[in-house]
Ligand binder design. Structure first.
Ligand code: TXA
Ligand code: MG
Length: 341
């Protein structure tokens, strides 16, 4: 099949394809999603097939309004209203207990809960509204690879396998949404996956404590979000994290090993090491925001076969605020491995 690229004037066509049951990738503020009509089990099954995704990993249901969620959920956590008012549309996914059998079990992975998100992208909201149905959307990459932050990345992984891609340029944030569990109305909200909406931002809004799934802190715990346990974000090339004081030693060592080395970092680090390595991918500036936005694109760029790199060194950032989400994805890409002197 020929995969079509839809621009802003072809959103009705994209919506009609989705409604009919075909797969169309869509832009969001975080990463591109692989869309299918959430109410058609056969279409949802296709999503797992084309991504190569394990079927026990449930999908996020994308909606164009909070009203739309009420068709599937009747028992809301008391913090829901404040959270929705402050963070939707936006990079925050909410887990609720759903009305029995209100969504196909292929969507929920057979759980009694489901994940909902209203993405902050006008084209995609228009598509969901026009389709008139909720749209499931995992990240639109081959399972295990870095999530796509441009339509080109989606095309690279999925062309020939899906009907189309709605193109809206590069995504603003660069890592997937924060996932919080609101399924037990009597429990404190719990962050299952870190993203751009931080624990501090949530607590400031609801004025109550927000907890963090223990496995995000302790490596040996089993995560509550099924997807967090899989190998993720990994380029074929070996990735090593480099602490800020170790760049000189890291580059020296790689030279001694006769490695073809790539570097993914902000301008300050890149300027210092550029002469000594085979390839660099520079974040737009030295901020954590720019690093987060460029992480997946950089990993993909440096993983290209034609560069034939042996190794990619990547900058670390402090684990606070948005840095928690950046480091969570980077650690997975690096298999937890740091360069050690
Ligand atoms: O930013 C995002 O969230 C992107 C864009 C496209 O919206 N989507 C995305 O979807 O990252 P995906 O499928 O790659 O990640 C969904 C995560 C997985 O870790 C999954 O296990 C978890 O949400 N999840 C989904 N339903 C759940 C549920 N009922 N209970 C716990 N975790 C759930
Ligand atoms: Mg994903």
């Amino acid at each position: 099949m020929e995969t079509k690229i839809y621009d802003g004037t072809q959103l009705v066509e994209a919506a009609q394809e989705l409604k009919k049951g075909n797969l169309v990738a869509f832009p969001t503020e975080t990463v591109y999603g692989l869309g299918a009509n959430a109410l058609l089990p056969d279409s949802v099954k296709q999503v797992f097939t084309v991504k190569g995704r394990p079927q026990d990993n449930p999908l996020i249901v994308h909606v164009a309004s909070f009203e739309q969620v009420k068709a599937y959920v009747d028992n809301f956590h008391p913090a829901t209203e404040k959270i929705v008012k402050n963070f939707w549309p936006g990079p925050l996914t909410l887990i609720f207990k759903i009305k029995k059998d209100s969504l196909p079990s292929i969507v929920t992975g057979g759980l009694s809960t489901a994940a909902f998100r209203m993405p902050d992208n006008t084209k995609t909201l228009e598509v969901i509204r026009t389709a008139g149905v909720p749209i499931v959307g995992p990240s639109a990459n081959t399972s295990g690879k870095p999530s796509p932050t441009t339509a080109k990345h989606v095309y690279h992984d999925l062309h020939g396998k899906i009907t189309g891609i709605v193109d809206d340029g590069a995504t603003r944030i660069g890592v997937e949404s924060t996932v919080i569990d609101l399924s037990d109305p009597t429990a404190d909200p719990m962050i299952l996956r870190p993203g751009a909406v931080t624990k501090e931002a949530l607590e400031a809004v609801i004025k109550k404590p927000v907890t963090i799934d223990r496995h995000l802190v302790q490596a040996d715990e089993t995560p509550k979000a099924p997807g967090m346990k899989y190998k993720h974000y990994s380029p074929d090339t070996r990735v090593l994290m480099v602490e800020n004081d170790d760049w000189e030693a890291a580059v020296e060592w790689a030279k001694d090993q006769h490695f073809r080395t790539g570097v993914l970092a902000g301008p300050t680090i890149v300027e210092n090491v550029r002469e000594s390595v085979a390839a660099t991918y520079m974040y737009q500036d030295d901020s954590v925001t720019a690093a987060t936005k460029g992480l997946f694109a950089g990993l993909r760029g440096l993983d290209e076969k034609k560069l034939a790199l042996d190794l990619i060194f990547v900058q670390v950032v402090p684990e606070e605020g948005l840095g928690i989400a950046y480091m969570n994805r980077l650690k997975k890409a690096a298999g937890q491995n740091y360069f050690k002197k």
